[in-house]
Structures are given as structure tokens and as C-alpha cells.
Design a protein around this ligand. Sequence first.
Ligand code: PMP
Ligand code: GLU
Length: 403
Amino acid sequence: MHFIIIMTVLSQRIENLSESQTIKMAKMGRELSAKGVSVINLSFGEPDFGTPQYIKDAAKDAMDKNFTYYTPVSGYPDLRKAIADKLKRENNLDYTFDQIVVSTGAKQSLANAILCIMNPGDEMIVPTPYWVSYSEMVKLAEGVSVFIDAKAENNFKITPEELEAAITPKTKMFMFSSPCNPTGSVYSKDELAGLAKVFEKYPNIYIISDEIYEHINFIGGHQSIAQFDNIKDRVILVNGFSKSFAMTGWRIGYMAATKEIADACDKLQGQITSGTCSITQKAAIAACNGGLDSVYEMCDAFLNRRNLVYGLLTDIDGIKVNLPDGAFYFFPDVSAFLGKSFNGVKMNTAEDLSLFILNEAHVSTVTGEAFGNANCIRISYAASEDQLKLAMANIKKALLQLV
Ligand code: PMP
Ligand code: GLU
């Protein structure tokens, strides 16, 4: 007698991994649109502006000049130099070009850093709410995420005391974003100094500072935790062009770190993706050197939209929401609606509510569970003012139908 054991094709690694909820909700919105429903997409975090013309021109020029071959894995030296110059000029941070590794996006730079530094079982401290992919990347590295609940009362920011309480002998890394996706919170220089003082006491902890929303900041100049000399060598600064220059589809980001970490990321990339697109890299040089006028214009538009949506959201009974200082998201607490029903269907979770809003209000949002807070949903306001007004009116109308 023969026994056939059917083995699953897929690895445990991929079975354990959750699908990105931002990408899933955007996909569901697109599917509904394909059926002829007019869906307003407030789920995907991407600027609705076009890439500035001078950046597109640099890409065309790169093609004409035949920059169409493989590039060095960490990026063209002139791009890495332009990024190092940017970090000095805008952030007063000293890095040499060989400490910069250009990648296919901040997402890849985060994954590179995690995979190069964490061993299985190492702990990564992550303040919640956090960006969706953080905890999944830690899973891929077989690490363990240790969450600190950043309270809405403290503008979703953690204190030095909370940080220190989460540290154990297994802590290897800490990862956060400021301005934060999904809360829009921005850490001040003093707040970062408080965290840096704690890290000073623990020389084996490495800090990933995700600064992709650097320029979408409504309360003044960007502050990086890499500015504190006593911990700078343990900071992996991650940034990119997707948000500041509306270049999400071009796929380019970078990290700055010690040469040891940069070389490790170069080795990893060299086996997985190689250098990112040659044409994109030439466009990114133009972005680095072209000034910040277009960035400020976009930031002004985001500020107007933030104020508009804040007014409309606070007008909905049951919604509790903070006024974000940066990025382009609201992260409202919707717990008042959980347990209510529509046509006999109960909203048990924020995901149920987010799907209800998609199907009834035709607005795509993302469940807060994906960001580590099951009482919230995330609303991106990277859409036109007209779309935002319509979306908020539709959401309000839908929520009023819940009993
Ligand atoms: N970090 C955060 C906090 C983000 O919101 C995103 C989404 N774009 C990324 C990193 C990844 O950006 P990129 O497009 O550069 O991969
Ligand atoms: N970062 C964006 C977001 O949070 C884009 C989607 C993604 O890369 O996951 O929606």
C-alpha cells in the first residue's frame, strides 16, 4: 500500500507572512472601479501629483544618453554623492558617498537593514501605530516585534521611559517613522534627544529611522535622530523620493549608515535585485539638485487638505481624531461604530468597517489593525479637495446608517 503525503508548495516563511493591507485595499478599490463603481481611493499612500517636469526631463535625457545598462549595486556614484550632499545641506548630517546605498525604494532599504542586522529570535522594538510592512519584515528576518503602544493622548509618540521599559537583553533594533505613517505624528528635536539618551545606555541597539515623509511636515524643519553624535553610528537613516518628489512608481529610495552596514546591504542587494533602474537614478540626481520649490508646493496643498479633512472628520459623531503634524494620513478612532450593524451585518472589527465604507460609501481606507491599532482606520488625504469633500460626505452618510 502506498501512502501519498501531500506537502504544501509554499514555505512556512511565506505562509506566515500577511498580505500588505495597503496594497490589498487599493487592489479591492481598483476591482470595484473596474465594475463601473466610482471609488475614491483614500487607501493608498501616494501623492496624487505628477512628478515635477525637470525630473522627468532628466529621465528622458538619461535614456537618450544610453544610461540603460546595469548600474553599480549601490547606485551611481554621482547619485550617492548627490544624496550625501543633500543630507549635509538639508539635515546637517555628515555621510560619505560610500555610506549611501540606493535601492528600489525605502521599502527595500528597510528590509535590507533588517535582514542584514537581525538574527532569528532578536527583538525589534516598534512603537504602534507603525507602518504596515514593519512587523512583516521582522517576521521575514525571523525576528520578534516588541510593540510599545504610543497613546493618542501623547499624539501617538512614545516617551523615553516607555522605550526603556521595552528593552530586554534580546533587543537588537528599534524602528520608527517621523513624520509617522499612519498617525502623522512628528517627533521634535527634544523628544528625539530623550530617546537618544536611552539608546546611549544600550550600545548594542540599532535604530532604523524612516524619514520618507521628511518634507511633508507642517510644524517646521525636519529632525533626524541621526543628528545625535553619540548614537549616529547605530542609526540607519532611510529615505526616498516617492513622497517628496511624487515618484512612487519610479522605485527609488536609499539608506545612510556606517560603511559596515552599507557594505552588507550592498552584498544583499547584489544577490537579490542589483542596482535600481538606471534612468530613475539619473532622474533622482535631478531631484536632489533641483531645489525644493515643488516639494513646498505639494506640502502647502497637503496642509490645506489636512485642514479641510480635519474639519469634516470632526463633524462626524463618534469619530475621534488627532490633528496630524505631518505625512498625509488621518488615523481616526472608530471604536464607537464597532458592534453596530448594517442590514443585520455587524461591524466586529475595524476591517469590517473599512470594507463597509468601501462597499457603501465607495471610499477605500485601510483597517487600523494592519498598523497595530484595532480601534482605528487609516484615511489618506492625498487626493483633490473635491474628492476629499465627496469622500467625507459619503463616509458620514454611510456611518449614519449603522445601528
Ligand atoms: N516607509 C513608510 C513609512 C511608507 O509609508 C512607505 C510607503 N511608501 C515606505 C516606507 C516605502 O516607500 P517607497 O515607495 O520608497 O518604497
Ligand atoms: N506606503 C504607502 C502606504 O502606506 C504605499 C503602499 C505600500 O507601499 O505599502 O499606503
